[in-house]
Ligand binder design. Sequence first.
Ligand SMILES: Cc1cc2nc3c(=O)[nH]c(=O)nc-3n(C[C@H](O)[C@H](O)[C@H](O)COP(=O)(O)OP(=O)(O)OC[C@H]3O[C@@H](n4cnc5c(N)ncnc54)[C@H](O)[C@@H]3O)c2cc1C
Length: 363
Amino acid sequence: MHADAEFGRPVRTSGGAWLSEVRALGLPTGLYRAVDRLLLAGPTQRSTVRFGTEQPVVLDVTATYQHLAGLATAAGARLYPGHRVTAATTTPRGFRCELGGVTVDCRWIIDATGYRRTVLQALGHAPAWWRLGVGAEVECADEGSAFNGALLFVGHRWAPTGYGWAFPTPAGRLRLGIGLQRPDSTASPSALLREFLASSAPAELGLRPGAVIARHGGVVPSAGLADACRWGRAVGVGDAIGQARPLVGEGIVASIQAGRALGAALGASQPEAAVDDYWQVWRAGHAAVYARSLAGNHRLSTMSDERWDESVRRIGWLRGPAVATLLRGQLGTAELVKLAFTNPVGILRYAASKATSLRRREP
Ligand SMILES: Cc1cc2nc3c(=O)[nH]c(=O)nc-3n(C[C@H](O)[C@H](O)[C@H](O)COP(=O)(O)OP(=O)(O)OC[C@H]3O[C@@H](n4cnc5c(N)ncnc54)[C@H](O)[C@@H]3O)c2cc1C
């Protein structure tokens, strides 16, 4: 059951991912565009990062989701777009769902409704998320932007508690957006985006956005990974259980990976045990990174402009692979030590400046 009339529309995500991950998923190359540079813009500081082989990619979101729906159909799934689940209850044999006048009985139920977690909430297994990332984005013509890479901009003027972005799309357009944290900020991302577009800031960043072709908006949980994915024969996946990496709210690839693993488990002869095994493996592989990444997300949400500038400067000392690791929330002490072997000078400067700033904060 899929609430939208069409797969991949409306677009609620920016479509950023990593080349190695979309390759591992087997997505056709025509569905994404790789970018080799990232410009980080703080309130006054700028840094440019050049990625090596581990590049970010920007997906054609609608085409990607339609491709995935096609794979599901080819594998024998029957898809029902235009069907919104409005209520779910338990019955002696399983579950009963209401779909706007149609009633469906089922033995298993999977909640993939995103941040709304409609089914898990209706069944009383999970409350509404208490913390969310909210974003607004425009896709516009590109009138010749000077910077042909990805751009992240940070600081209180345009992105209090969050960050802004500009990505070149596979169709040669520009995707420009702003995301904030709730309840950390009550500002409106769409109002900020409108002001940003009307200001001189895009031109100062080398962007030349033209006519707006589409407006996107979305919400992603920002409160950490759920403790469980299965409650009896009710299962959650994707944003419904917080599977987006919280540092920058990156959940497309994780949701696809988890959805595939969960689907395989549900097809096993002992689905309960297989789902529990899948969850154990998934948590073992991800829980620590997610916890660290959530802590980072909370820190970023309260950073002063001065600290943003300092961080932008420091990130400029790192090599591309280190920045990729950092953005995925994977940069712990062990990774820093490993990276020291690939860019010792940068890491030493990074560590020295970190020590200086820690000393500065001591009472
Ligand atoms: C502004 C913004 C930008 C983002 N950018 C990125 C990015 O660049 N890269 C990245 O990896 N992640 C990004 N994310 C996060 C990413 O979009 C999510 O983590 C990911 O889409 C989660 O996938 P999902 O399938 O769990 O949920 P969703 O993609 O939200 O899909 C849920 C689906 O369920 C349907 N649905 C909802 N309610 C019902 C119902 N009652 N009955 C039936 N169907 C229902 C919806 O219509 C929707 O199609 C972004 C999020 C936001 C908000």
